[in-house]
Write a protein that binds this ligand. Structure first.
Ligand code: BG6
Length: 601
């Protein structure tokens, strides 16, 4: 997925290396397979220092703070093209050592472009798609094109969704291009900053220069020109004050951002309650939501939130909704010719490429509205959806989603109650009760979860089952334990388990079952089907003596409302996965191989 940050000062800044490193920490959620910096000084010289690993690891080795300069770039990789390695790390330089570029996103015709460039005599050193940028622009410059024309022609040649920056050591300017990946610019006193991440810009200035796809910005420390990259017409656009306060990047007193963000859950639910109960926000949406069918989509944790949201909407407000993975939306709409449905996209980052693709297909085939349930409102989806349902969780740093998931499903719960016609005061009361019950459940079950974590720490493979409403809870619990504990956990409907997977049961095979009291009429059979084959049942349930008696281990959540029980059950699974991560010595904030927002296909 990657991310970059670049800044140009009006004079040499000896803190350039530290500034880049701090920006790298901001960007670390976008990738930690490799990290690299380029620092330019006023004698038209630059250095590139890069290596495999996270910004902390590489900075420790290469000591970025020793480098000063008037302009600099830092880039972090989440590897797509080219294994994580020093040679595949960015930034990349051209053949002559005059130009430097860095990018984020996906250049899908990288191989054909590499072939073309090699035939033209370019020495391509890496397998990384980002290296295409610097050589293709160099190639056009070698043919006598102006810099603007070289960038424009390169933009046409490079296929995919990306953003990149490009620097010439002989010029005080920098160029950045936006095509389908996030890119933000900011103007400060004596400097201009551009980055894939808004908060990395807000760390330096709140005067944000809005950028759109198919635009380029050419800037030095004081001035900038935005152009439409196709027509090359310049676009007048002044900086706008943006008061999103970049939450300070501290995790103290917690040992991880995941632990900090789990602890913030009650406060964030309360913010959500306050916002939706005190505003008329949902009224504006009511007409649209009650007209036509609703298709819901999201990826990863946001998909699981969409699934649980579907159960809430069906059960509470009785409206018929369908939930599809983003990749299926394209297929469905192409053949079903659905013209009237509205599309509700769930995404905490608002930048997930799979979801953006679904929105593009939807816009091609349907006249319906796109409603964005988004956390980062300054994102592509945040700025291009027809309606917004903010999840108000503030920035989530840890890669595994926790507080944003809870606010997504609580928002679905609020939405369902609202569409059912519940009064605002009733909704207010219910959410306040949910917060109380969630805090109590955390307190009541903490010891049990710690002892369960001890029992499961050696497990590599197990199942988590849910029944109907709690199936999405099982899915999200399984995803957390995959992401944060590297355990191969399969989530299933408990009714499905007997149709085949029961063959996996052997002596002491543990199964977590999340079940409401009402569903015990089914789940008690599922418990017995497993126990008669010597499996172990760990149930997470509402208070019920039959479930307690029949389970080997029972964790009770004292919550009578099934929907609130379902939400709290996931909260406990988040806590359980965090406990196991600590016991296994896994850094829960940056699990291997994955990243916070994936802006590639
Ligand atoms: C994945 C993240 O890459 O993207 C998940 O690792 C996340 O945690 C998923 O749920 C979807 O992200 P978003 O921003 O669209 O909710």
């Amino acid at each position: 997925m990657c991310g970059f940050f670049t800044i140009v000062f009006n004079k040499e800044n000896r803190n350039m290396g530290s500034i880049l490193k701090n920006a790298g920490e901001r960007l670390s959620y976008r990738g930690y397979d490799s990290t690299g910096i380029a620092v330019f000084n006023e004698n038209e010289k630059f250095i590139i220092r890069k290596d495999k690993g996270s910004v902390e690891k590489v900075d420790k080795k290469l000591k970025f703070s020793q480098y000063g300069g008037y302009k600099g770039i830092i880039q972090l990789r989440w590897a797509t093209y080219g294994k994580p390695s020093k040679i595949n790390a960015q930034p990349h330089k051209d053949c002559t050592g005059r130009y430097v570029s860095a990018h984020n996103g996906n250049i899908i015709n990288v191989h054909s472009l590499f072939e073309k460039l090699k035939k033209a005599g370019h020495r391509i050193k890496s397998e990384n798609d980002g290296e295409v940028v610097v050589h293709i622009i160099e190639d056009y410059l070698n043919k006598g094109k102006s810099l603007n024309d070289a960038v424009k022609l390169s933009y046409k040649d490079i296929k995919g969704d990306y953003a990149f920056c490009f620097a010439d050591k002989k010029s005080r300017k920098m160029i950045a291009v936006k095509k389908g990946s996030s890119l933000f610019a900011g103007k400060g006193n004596g400097f201009i900053v551009v980055s894939s991440d808004l908060y990395a810009v807000l760390d330096h200035t709140n005067k944000i220069i809005p950028l759109k796809d198919s635009e380029m910005i050419e800037f030095d420390s004081d001035d900038y020109t935005i152009r439409n990259i196709i027509s090359m017409e310049s676009i007048k656009r002044s900086p706008e004050n943006n008061f999103l306060n970049p939450c300070i990047m501290y995790k103290r007193p917690y040992d991880s951002f995941m632990e900090k963000e789990i602890s913030e859950v009650p406060t964030k639910i309360d913010l959500l309650r306050e916002y939706y109960v005190s505003s008329n926000h949902l009224n504006k949406l009511k007409r649209t939501l009650s007209k036509g069918k609703l298709i819901i989509t999201g990826s990863g944790t946001s998909y699981n939130a969409s699934l649980l949201g579907t159960y809430f909407l069906n059960r509470i407000s009785g409206i018929d909704v369908a939930v599809h993975l983003p990749s299926d939306i394209n297929d469905r709409l192409k053949y079903v010719r659905d013209k009237s449905s509205n599309l509700l996209v769930v995404s905490q980052s608002g930048e997930t490429k799979d979801v953006k693709n679904a929105i593009d297909s939807f816009r091609n085939y349907s006249k319906g509205k796109v409603i964005g349930m988004i956390n980062n409102l300054a994102s592509t989806m945040g700025m291009t959806s027809d309606y917004i349902l903010p999840t108000i969780s503030d920035m989530e740093i840890s890669v595994p989603a926790t507080k944003t998931f809870i606010n997504q499903v609580v928002l679905f719960y609020i939405l369902s109650l609202f569409l059912k016609g519940e009064s605002k005061s009733n909704i207010d009361k219910k959410i306040k009760l949910l917060i109380k019950s969630l805090k109590k459940a955390k307190k009541d079950t903490d010891e049990q979860l710690s002892s369960l974590a001890n029992k499961l720490i050696k497990r590599d493979f197990m199942h988590i089952l849910g029944y109907s409403l709690t199936y999405p809870c099982a899915k999200e619990g399984a995803l957390k334990m995959k992401e944060v504990n590297y355990m191969n956990i399969e989530a299933m409907h408990s009714s499905e388990f007997k149709h085949g997977p029961l063959a996996l049961i052997k002596r002491k095979y543990p199964i977590i079952l999340i079940t409401t009291a009402k569903d015990k009429h089914y789940t008690l059979s599922h418990i017995n089907e497993i126990q008669t084959r010597n499996g172990i049942i760990i149930s997470i349930s509402q208070k019920d003596k039959d479930i307690e008696k029949n389970s080997d281990i029972n964790i009770t959540i004292n919550e009578k409302d099934e929907n609130c029980f379902a939400i709290i059950s996931v909260y406990l699974m988040q806590i359980l996965s965090l406990k196991i991560a600590y016991k296994k010595g896994i850094n829960p904030d940056q699990p291997r191989n994955i990243s916070k927002t994936i802006t590639v296909d």
